[in-house]
Design a protein around this ligand. Structure first.
Ligand SMILES: Nc1nc2c(ncn2[C@@H]2O[C@H](COP(=O)(O)OP(=O)(O)OP(=O)(O)O)[C@@H](O)[C@H]2O)c(=O)[nH]1
Length: 571
């Protein structure tokens, strides 16, 4: 039972501790996880915005280059009066520009006349830019980047759709994701006489733009309708080129709001469709490009596997788990110690109660405590005191009862019952050791007349006085008893020869008849004594008493105020 309370209390405290530690750990882990995801989303959004800004800057740079070319005298000259010297100078310039910009696949100066004949064209072949000459130059007037650009005002930029380039003379850009930017070239009258066109290697450009992004960041690009143009899984790009559209909003549903222009950005956690096994955290933004074209919106996104984002939280989780385990252990130990400390005073009270139940002293109790345990201890102490007190009273009462059962109420002398016991003991002792027992039977003379003449109260005083005198005149080892009425007996504790007995009886007679003053009366009360001795006058207690009584009766017959020895008539 005692262990039960300790165990239960310890279990309860340990449970509370473990629960608190566990919940704290769980919320710490959950909060760190949420913070990491939120931080990853922020980082992704910022990186996507930086990337979009770079695209804008790249676009502006290309525009500036086209503007430089569109106004370049060599370009105007070649378009107005084609000549080889100027064409070669221009080709060299274009080659230099391509060397400086690795994402430029092709730079061309195309005439507005001659069905849009390519006047000067430089293609990228491997790592070098080479001029294309003669019959390899083609008529491009029917291509939108020529026809549409020629309609633009001076300095305006044409931006093509981003597509897979299937143009016959695309060179290195053939079957590659490409976009074309073009600008009209004006003569002094402001008439468009040709265009300058640059073909951009989309993959190359994005590889450069995204070069300093963390490798775990995956790049996504879609056009304004959501057609995926750049994707970690290249099979999902340019679906429209293969006759089936692959849309970014199909892969990441939250991007629909951006594609539809309802939001300029979204950040979310989502399951991917195959290129990564785990869910990802992603940020997508809309990037507008200031050109007169249907292709003036891009949807740009970056994604990072959630597992990689949470790597740090996994580490933290392990540390938290270790801390929680340590805390739990500490809680259990602390709970045990506390439970033991708290129940120790209760143990002391329980032990005290057990000792008390076994009749021992209860021992120390925590009486000085001011709490409920102290109250319990003090109550127990009080209860212990009262029970002891009652036991003592009971003992006293029992002793008193025993005394009453064995003593005469009036004189407080041993009564007949106690006297009988003592006489039997004395006889047994005498039988064993061959010693003597002497019994003096004393009866007051004419006591009845005192009662009758002076009243019972006076008679009582006489009886008490006689009893006191008998006790005073006998020794401690002797027993004086009142058998009833005015009959007393004296059992001598030590054997005495007959002459000594005579002295004792005489002394008693003399002592008893001394005057007694009661109220206004002076009484002279005598007594008669009969003596019986063991072994000669009787063998049993009743024989001894009867024979002493007989002897006393003889003393009465002889005139009272005297004593007689029992004389066996058969002897
Ligand atoms: N006051 C008083 N009287 C008692 C008590 N017990 C008995 N007596 C009386 O004691 C008297 C005893 O008288 P007895 O011994 O028979 O007669 P007696 O007058 O002494 O005459 P003898 O014995 O022949 O001398 C009776 O009257 C009883 O009523 C008692 O406790 N108190």
């Amino acid at each position: 039972m005692r262990f039960g309370i300790v165990a239960k209390l310890a279990l309860l405290l340990a449970l509370v501790g473990v629960l608190a530690a566990g919940l704290t750990g769980f919320y710490a882990y959950q909060t760190s996880r949420d913070l990491l995801v939120a931080s990853a989303k922020n980082k992704l959004l910022t990186s996507t915005q930086v990337l979009a800004r770079r695209i804008l800057l790249t676009h502006e740079e290309i525009s500036r280059n086209l503007q430089v070319l569109a106004r370049h005298p060599s370009v105007v000259s070649v378009l107005q009066q084609p000549n080889e010297v100027e064409a070669q100078r221009l080709a060299t310039l274009l080659a230099l520009l391509m060397d400086a910009h690795p994402s430029y696949l092709q730079l061309r100066v195309i005439s507005a006349s001659d069905h849009g004949l390519e006047q000067v064209r430089v293609d990228r072949v491997g790592r070098v830019a080479l001029r294309v000459r003669g019959d390899d130059l083609q008529e491009k007037g029917h291509y939108p980047y020529v026809a549409e650009t020629l309609k633009l005002p001076a300095g305006a930029i044409y931006l093509s759709r981003i597509t897979i380039n299937h143009e016959g003379n695309a060179g290195a850009g053939l079957d590659q994701p490409t976009l074309q930017l073009a600008m009209p070239v004006m003569d002094v009258q402001g008439m468009a006489i040709g265009v300058v066109v640059v073909n951009i290697d989309l993959n190359g450009m994005f590889a450069l733009l995204a070069a300093d992004l963390p490798p775990v960041f995956k790049l996504f690009l879609a056009n304004g309708e959501g057609d995926i143009l750049v994707h970690p899984d290249s099979s999902k790009t340019f679906g429209f080129d293969k006759g089936r559209r692959t849309l970014v909003q199909d892969e990441f549903a939250p991007t629909l709001a951006v594609v539809e222009g309802k939001q300029d950005h979204v950040v979310f956690e989502a399951k991917t469709d195959g290129y990564a096994a785990d869910p990802v955290v992603a940020a997508f933004i809309e990037q507008k490009i200031a050109v007169a074209s249907t292709e003036n919106r891009l949807v740009l996104g970056l994604a990072q596997p959630l597992g990689q984002v949470l790597e740090e939280s996994q580490q933290l989780g392990k540390v938290i788990l270790q801390i929680v385990a340590g805390l739990c252990l500490a809680c259990v130990l602390l709970a045990l110690l506390l439970a033991r400390a708290w129940t120790r005073p209760l143990d002391a009270i329980t032990r005290a109660a057990q000792r008390f139940a076994n009749g021992q002293q209860p021992g120390e109790l925590p009486l000085e405590r001011q709490d409920e345990i102290g109250t319990l201890a003090r109550s127990f102490h009080q209860m212990h005191y009262q029970i002891n007190q009652q036991l003592a009273d009971l003992q006293d009462n029992q002793e008193e009862l025993e005394h009453l059962a064995q003593h005469d109420m009036l004189t407080d002398l041993p009564n007949r019952r106690l006297f009988q016991e003592r006489l039997e003991q004395a006889l047994a002792h005498a039988r064993r050791y061959g010693s003597q027992v002497c019994l003096l039977f004393i009866d007051l003379d004419a006591f009845k007349s005192i009662n009758d003449s002076l009243g019972h109260d006076v008679g009582d005083v006489v009886l008490k006085t006689m009893a006191e005198r008998m006790q005073q005149m006998t020794r401690e080892v002797d027993t004086v008893a009142r058998l009833g009425g005015d009959e007393f007996v004296v059992l001598l504790g030590a054997p005495a020869p007959n002459d000594h007995l005579t002295v004792v009886a005489d002394k008693l007679l003399q002592g008893l008849k001394a005057p007694i003053r009661v109220q206004s009366h002076t009484l002279h009360v005598t007594a008669s004594i009969g003596i019986s001795r063991f072994p000669q006058d009787g063998q049993t207690a009743s024989e001894m008493l009867i024979n002493a009584d007989q002897a006393m009766y003889n003393a009465k017959l002889a005139g009272r105020d005297g004593f007689r020895f029992f004389s066996n008539p058969a002897a």
